[in-house]
Design a protein around this ligand. Structure first.
Ligand code: IMP
Length: 197
């Protein structure tokens, strides 16, 4: 089965195609088919935004599309940055700036519990929708370390590890990450529904 990864984030394209490698799902990215689609992420939940992105790309391409919407929720910040993870601190900041802002807003905090959350949605041209969720619990380090991955990876230490996501190899991150778990759950649902053999 051929599916379009409905995102313009090249890090997500890479992670999602690696997670699906070795399954019956063949992935293609928007840039591979010269497709440019912008979907406004104005939903109140990860699930709403994932579905909106998958629908937008499906309408534009006529292909089966999978989208994720994900983010970081931090206990001592009442769940922030949450659905605003990509826009935390406003448009002017990059990944590094957002991570610094997060550390600043948490300075002195004893409770550093956090979780990455991911909703995925697969939309078919005939209108069928299959969705799934994944979560990875952990804590926010006092300072950034590691060069792999993207976003808040340099400060997120998953439970059971003493390294940040940015210090883990790609395969190791994908095994335990919110995105890896959401896509695993999606695959299971697709098999149960008989869509994936
Ligand atoms: P969106 O799903 O495109 O709205 O973006 C989610 C944002 O959450 C990203 O821009 C990152 O800031 C953050 N995020 C989501 N998943 C990850 C991850 O695996 N590592 C680090 N940051 C992530």
């Amino acid at each position: 089965m051929n599916i379009l990864i409905a995102t313009n984030n090249k890090h997500k394209v890479r992670e999602i195609s690696q997670i699906f490698a070795g399954t019956d799902l063949e992935t293609v990215s928007p840039s591979q088919i010269n497709l440019s689609v912008e979907v406004e992420e104005d939903g109140n939940t990860f699930a709403e935004n994932a579905l909106k992105k998958a629908r937008g790309f499906c309408e534009a391409s006529g292909l089966i599309c999978v989208a994720d919407d994900s983010g970081l929720t931090v206990e001592c910040l009442s769940g922030e940055p949450g659905v605003y993870s990509a826009r935390y601190g406003g448009e002017g900041l990059d990944d590094k700036g957002r991570t610094q802002l997060l550390l600043k807003n948490m300075s002195g905090a004893k409770n550093r519990r956090a979780a990455f959350v991911c909703s995925v949605a697969m939309v078919f041209p005939d209108g069928r929708v299959v969705t799934a969720e994944g979560r990875c619990e952990g804590r926010i380090a006092l300072s950034p370390s590691g060069n792999n991955g993207f976003g808040y990876d340099p400060v997120f230490v998953p439970d059971g590890y003493d390294k940040t996501f940015a210090e883990l190899g790609e395969d190791e991150k994908n095994k335990i990450s919110h995105r890896g778990r959401a896509l695993e759950a999606l695959e299971k649902k697709l098999s149960e529904l008989g869509i994936l053999k």
